[in-house]
Design a protein around this ligand. Structure first.
Ligand code: DAH
Length: 358
């Protein structure tokens, strides 16, 4: 094999060693570039005779064509490899299982809230919403619980370091009871003409609109164990009119409990108690007559006849307006309804627990 023949072989193996297009261009320069072997051979022809130039020129051209063919072949190979890699990177595996969409659902306490709202709505109660960051006046003072009164220690309140719009400090409301006065003010303002007309009617035949409302929502206390959470729920109830009595409270609340728990096999007990905003006051206990909870008295709400001072703070005349209020714990009702014994489970956000209620 002469020098020219070995050159094609050398180029072929140099091209094969190039792993990228850039390396291939470098290898090409060694043979076909300005200082490459072929160029050097061409230059060497200057010293030859015309005859020699003819045959040597033809031979060099053949070699050059061989090297160019090897180069084109290797370029194509590298381009194929690159295309292949790209296709592989972009490949879609259509046999992979899809991402599951887990259907959402209502939290068990939200279900209870909706149930409470539906039942009281059917009895003609309005449903009201109010602020969770509440002024001291609404949370306590308006409810006949003045500053420094010992009854304030019944609730371990979270205080906020900001003054509310009425000049008293804010707190995270420890109960939904401030909604009694808040809602009464809104309601009286909305029906101002009717309230004024009733007040001006000395014969007493013109009745002012009643206030009949429930206010469900989140409440907060410095408290945490199996039956207390720093955030919990309450639902306030208020029915105020010219002739609303404790008897009405008994009827309404008994009806509510029987509908809520879907059984008539349930009795209520009104146990005397104390709350600053009611007089007289009572805890409401229920007792199932059958089933797993039978024969135990279970406390479900606080209640009472709205205190005259609270009625006055609503802007109404306590000689004329009378009624009842109650406050219950939807979390506890949910625990009783579903047989859950640790309140914290509701607020841990564990889907294995929560999805059981769907
Ligand atoms: N606010 C009371 C509490 O959180 C519950 C309560 C008791 C509400 C009696 C009332 C009521 O409206 O009349 O313990």
């Amino acid at each position: 094999m002469n020098e020219l023949d070995t050159l094609v072989e050398a180029a072929r193996s140099a091209f094969a060693a190039a792993k990228t297009p850039a390396e291939l261009e470098n290898a090409k320069a060694q043979f076909l570039g300005k200082t490459g072997s072929i160029t050097a051979l061409m230059k060497g022809m200057a010293a030859l005779s015309v005859e020699q130039k003819k045959s040597q020129g033809a031979a060099i051209n053949l070699v050059k064509q061989g090297i160019e063919a090897a180069l084109a072949e290797r370029r194509q190979q590298l381009a194929d490899v690159e295309l292949d890699l790209q296709l592989r990177a972009e490949a879609l595996d259509v046999s992979l299982p899809g991402r599951k969409r887990v259907p959402g659902g209502l939290h068990p306490v939200s279900r209870t809230m909706e149930r409470i709202e539906a039942i009281f709505s059917s009895m003609g109660f309005d449903v009201a919403d109010g602020p969770e960051i509440e002024s001291d006046w609404h949370s306590f003072t308006s409810l006949n619980n003045p500053p420094n009164h010992p009854a304030r220690s019944m609730q371990d309140t979270f205080y906020v370091d900001i003054e509310g719009e009425d000049g008293t400090p804010y707190n995270l409301r420890p109960h939904t009871s401030p909604m009694q006065v808040r809602y009464a003010h809104q309601h009286i303002k909305k029906h101002a003409a009717a309230f004024e007309a009733a007040a001006a009617d000395s014969s007493g035949t013109l009745k002012a609109p009643e206030i009949r409302v429930i206010a469900p929502g989140r409440t907060y206390r410095v408290d945490s164990d199996a039956t207390h959470s720093p955030m919990f729920h309450q639902c306030e109830g208020l029915w105020l009119g010219e002739n609303v009595s404790f008897k009405d409270l008994k009827v309404v609340f008994t009806d509510f409990c029987r509908t809520f728990f879907e059984t008539d096999d349930l009795v209520l007990r009104f146990r005397p108690s104390f709350f600053p905003f009611t007089e007289p006051s009572a805890e409401i206990d229920i007792q199932f007559q059958s089933g797993p909870l039978a024969d135990r008295w279970l406390e479900v709400a606080g209640s009472g006849q709205v205190h005259p001072k609270v009625v006055r703070n609503m802007g109404l005349d306590p000689e004329r307006y009378i009624g009842f209020a109650f406050g219950m714990g939807p979390d506890r009702l949910t625990m009783l309804r579903y047989g859950v014994n640790d309140l914290r489970l509701f607020f841990d956000g564990d889907l294995r627990f929560l999805s059981q209620f769907q």
